[in-house]
Design a protein around this ligand. Structure first.
Ligand code: NDP
Length: 336
């Protein structure tokens, strides 16, 4: 089987590429930078015969994936802007690349009769109801049945996170609409990860290049205090997120399902700091102590069990995730 992975030089995409390769599949990645493609290939000489790349520089270009999709049996679509910088143009930089990128992938998938399944990397952004978060009802649990009630207008006028949420939601809706209304030859599985932590396997030369969702881990390791503000206690390890994508691709019985991912453990930045200080000698100095052992607050939880059961994987613990991440980020810093 030959699998197309969009965003293959990104944080989650590169982990997916590696699992597919380890399982013996052929992989074509899309990327927007030849430099990152060269780095990806250089780090994987053993897979030279089963890994190649196509440059798709602009997600919003109609027909952008038409060449990339030729001859593949399945697509995992991860490419989308993941940045929450407030000076971005909400529509041009965040919303439209998410939506148009997914539309271009859908169009390409319809044009290649070999494609049997599309996996779309959605997000909690597509299902969370932010208005419940300020004062969550007791026992609130987010599941794959939930959809974010946010409107397009709120995405245009709100903070960058709102635009990100609108982009992810609208893109996922486009994918479901296509599969339900147009009944193409492929089916769909969508995966909604929460905040993702864990080590990197994509090209990262300097800690300043770390992807958005792990930067706060590194800031805590570097002594940030008060700890960076948190908006959630729900997280998942990137290795579990990637396995979920690959299992979603390979298991016929999960056809047209939507999954939420969530580690059974809640996290706080205090808990992350505690783990760093317990596990690394250097961190006893570098990481601010705060209030060790402070409990994880009551906060909505999420259904991570359905994915774990139907896709057959076990979540990494927070301790494993933080230790593996921080050990690696420290090595990257030492090479800078
Ligand atoms: P990254 O930023 O590491 O990866 C994003 C990928 O999309 C990269 O390959 C990037 O290319 C590509 N990309 C981004 N913007 C554009 C653009 N405008 N045009 C072309 N390509 C673009 O982030 P993640 O790996 O974390 O994100 C992957 C997916 O997972 C996204 O769809 C995101 O919404 C979703 N997700 C992530 C979560 C997280 O906490 N990390 C949580 C939930 C969902 P390049 O490699 O050149 O930078």
């Amino acid at each position: 089987e030959h699998v197309l992975v969009t965003g293959a030089t990104g944080y989650i995409g590169a982990h997916i590429v590696d699992i597919l390769l380890r399982r013996g599949l052929r992989v074509r990645g899309t990327a927007r930078s030849q430099h990152k493609v060269d780095e990806m290939l250089r780090a994987r000489p053993q897979y030279a015969e089963r890994l190649d790349f196509v440059l798709v520089k602009d997600l919003t270009e109609p027909g952008g994936f038409d060449d990339a999709v030729k001859g593949v049996d399945a697509i995992i679509h991860t490419a989308s802007p993941v940045t929450l910088s407030e000076d971005l143009d909400r529509e041009k930089d965040l919303i439209l690349p998410a939506i148009r990128g997914t539309e271009a992938v859908l169009l390409a998938a319809k044009s290649e009769p070999r494609v049997q399944r599309l996996i779309y990397t959605s997000s909690f952004a597509a299902l969370i109801n932010a208005s419940l978060l300020a004062n969550p009802p007791a026992g609130l649990t987010f599941t794959a049945a939930d959809w974010n009630p946010i409107t397009y207008e709120e995405g245009l006028t709100g903070p960058a996170i709102s635009a990100y949420r609108v982009g992810k939601k609208e893109a996922e809706l486009r994918a479901w609409h296509c599969v339900r209304e147009e009944k193409p030859q492929f089916d769909l599985v969508t995966i909604c990860p929460p905040l993702v932590f864990g080590p990197v396997v994509h090209p990262v030369a300097r800690t300043a290049e770390l992807n958005h969702s792990v930067t706060d881990l590194w800031r805590i390791a570097c002594g940030a205090y008060p700890y960076p503000p948190i908006r959630t206690v729900i997280w998942a390890d990137v290795r579990d997120v990637a396995v979920a994508h690959v299992e979603a691709l390979l298991r016929p019985e999960v056809s047209n399902m939507r999954f939420t991912l969530a580690s059974p453990e809640g996290f706080t930045n205090q808990l992350i700091a505690d783990i760093m200080r317990e596990e690394f000698d250097w961190a006893k100095q570098a990481v601010v102590e705060g209030t060790p052992g402070a409990p994880v607050p009551e906060w909505p939880r999420a259904d991570g069990w359905t994915a774990s059961e139907k896709l057959g994987f076990t979540y990494h613990t927070l301790r494993e995730c933080i230790v593996d991440s921080i050990r690696q980020f420290k090595e990257i810093e030492q090479r800078e």
